[in-house]
Design a binder for this molecule. Sequence first.
Ligand SMILES: [Zn+2]
Length: 67
Amino acid sequence: MNLAAGLKRLMLGPEEKPIPNLNRNDRCWCNSGKKYKACHQATDDRKRAAQRAASAKQQGGSLKRGF
Ligand SMILES: [Zn+2]
């Protein structure tokens, strides 16, 4: 029994896949044959930012750094 993993899945949802950490010039994970920077990097960056914002909210929004 792994309660922590179960909770994590509940919070993230079953369809949420981990975002791969690729170099800009690597081939994208989606097998398009394009470089990551020309393909999914912008999308992934936005997802990462959204996830970060969501987790910051869950911590009470105490993460206020003037960007
Ligand atoms: Zn891609």
